[in-house]
Write a new protein. Structure first.
Length: 88
């Protein structure tokens, strides 16, 4: 890629006023309310207990498609020690 110049020349941005943006004169297309919460309440995630959360994380991390993100990396629990105890 050719950096920001390539983005500026993209068809979506070719007529964009970059100088006005640099001068901070461009108005935001959307301003969230300062008084109302800024999210869809139907998307709110319920809090999980740390016990369940840890078990879920362990299960998730053991999935092959997640492990593929870490290919080429090595981790040994023996290398990390906290307060004189090995981290489990």
């Amino acid at each position: 890629m050719n950096g920001p110049e390539e983005v500026k020349k993209h068809v979506w941005f070719k007529n964009y006023n970059w100088r006005e943006l640099l001068k901070k004169k461009v108005k935001a297309p959307y301003l969230p309310s300062k008084t109302n919460e800024n999210f869809d309440p139907s998307l709110k995630v319920k809090r999980m207990s740390s016990e369940n959360s840890q078990e879920d994380n362990i299960r998730l991390l053991k999935k092959e498609d997640i492990q593929n993100f870490f290919s080429g990396y090595y981790y040994s629990c023996d290398e990390h020690v906290a307060d004189g105890n090995k981290i489990q």
